[in-house]
Design a protein around this ligand. Structure first.
Ligand SMILES: [Zn+2]
Length: 285
């Protein structure tokens, strides 16, 4: 079953008087949404009690939970200490996911601004391998790590690099942020065919099963020569890419991904718009 939901909490959620993320699952269900990406992007600060309550609410409202791990993870740091800390941040996120019953965590893999891309990739893969082993030892095996395709040129995490990372363990699922891909390719996603090519590349590298279960981030995006500049909302039509194109390619491949909308401010409203676009296209096939 394909699922749609927001990354974090929309402004309207608070404007309507809600105060805690624990209220999100019921609020999302009411909007016809079925997924929620909880943000630990600034650090894993959620208490066990709060995580368990959120998880309970998500189960009651049939909301698929994922967690975005801290942004400052850098598995490709030149400094051993920073690589060790990165492993710890991933494990902390997995522990919170285990409390919540969240099935997936999204991680940024690191920076390649000061080191060669080749060194960055092989170093990150080594850290990831150690992290998976430790996670299994700690009993976090139910949680899937989803390394994310990132939007800036100097970040480790173009599509090739993320697929190489996902090859080391068949449980890993890529987070493909199509806004980031579009930015990194300086506006490369402009037709159904452009999206098809991306999906085929993923299938050829890690297989159809993982392609079908992909973790997807989607928003319109502004970019510069350095890649990603700013995420925009679905109504900001001067920026690409178009979700219609992706939806058509997804339907052809019979995909059942989790689609998380990362629009500015209106992520829940926009997730509902993406769902509507998808249903129209899937229904018309
Ligand atoms: Zn991200």
């Amino acid at each position: 079953m394909i699922r749609f939901g927001p990354s974090g909490n929309s402004e309207s959620f608070y404007d309507q008087g809600n105060k805690s993320s624990i209220q999100m699952p019921a609020w999302l269900k009411n909007m016809g949404l079925t997924a929620y990406e909880y943000q630990c992007s600034k650090g894993v600060k959620i208490s066990e009690a709060m995580a368990r309550q959120l998880g309970e609410q998500a189960r009651q409202n049939d909301i698929f939970l994922s967690i975005h791990a801290p942004y400052y993870i850098n598995m490709a740091s030149e400094e051993q200490e920073k690589r060790d800390n990165s492993r710890r941040y991933i494990l902390e996120t997995m522990r919170a996911a285990t409390w919540m019953g969240a099935k997936r965590i999204v991680i940024h893999t690191g920076s390649a601004s000061k080191v060669s891309r080749k060194w960055a990739l092989s170093t990150a893969i080594e850290v990831l391998r150690d992290t998976i082993k430790e996670a299994d030892d700690l009993g976090y095996s139910e949680v899937t790590i989803c390394p994310e395709v990132l939007g800036k040129m100097n970040q480790l995490g173009d599509l090739y690099e993320i697929l190489e990372m996902c090859k080391i363990d068949e449980r890993l699922i890529p987070t493909v942020d199509f806004g980031h891909l579009h930015a990194r390719g300086l506006g490369c996603l402009n037709s159904v065919e452009d999206f098809r090519r991306v999906l085929v590349t993923i299938e050829n590298n890690i297989g159809i099963d993982r392609l079908r279960k992909l973790h997807i981030h989607f928003s319109r995006i502004e970019f510069t020569a350095g890649g990603e500049k700013k995420h925009w909302s679905i109504s900001d039509t001067q920026y690409g890419p178009e979700f219609e194109h992706l939806a058509e390619a997804m339907v052809e491949k019979e995909m059942e991904p989790v689609v998380i909308c990362e629009s500015r401010e209106f992520m829940a409203e926009d997730a509902a718009k993406l769902k509507e676009i998808y249903e129209k296209i899937a229904g018309g096939q």
